[in-house]
Design a binder for this molecule. Structure first.
Ligand code: SF4
Ligand code: SF4
Length: 92
């Protein structure tokens, strides 16, 4: 931010969001979903710190890789009996 675009009296007109910043560029590991195993419990959606798990019509359908940082929390939190997410090296 430069001095020019500081608002009058530093007033903040809208809430902060990382939505416009594509933060997936430095991901080393990529989450891979096995749809055949997934039970759509949506634990991964709740636990993802980047809101990068995509849910449509109540079902987990994949990942927003523009925002996913590859932390692996979704794979870790997917229930042991299911384990529908694996983390793979980004080069693959
Ligand atoms: S790897 Fe991390 S950032 Fe990416 S979808 Fe899973 S929990 Fe979210
Ligand atoms: S935590 Fe696992 S089983 Fe549950 S919605 Fe996510 S991928 Fe599917």
């Amino acid at each position: 931010m430069t001095k020019k675009n500081i608002t009058f009296a530093g007033i903040i007109f809208e809430g902060g969001t990382a939505d416009e910043y594509k933060t997936g560029g430095w991901r080393k590991l990529r989450p891979i979903l096995d749809k055949d195993k997934c039970t759509n419990c949506l634990i991964c959606w709740v636990m993802c710190p980047d809101s990068a798990v995509i849910v449509e019509d109540g079902k987990m359908v994949g990942f927003n890789l523009e925002h996913c940082k590859g932390c692996g929390i979704c794979a870790m939190e997917c229930p042991d009996k299911v384990k529908a997410i694996t983390m793979e090296e980004e080069e693959k």
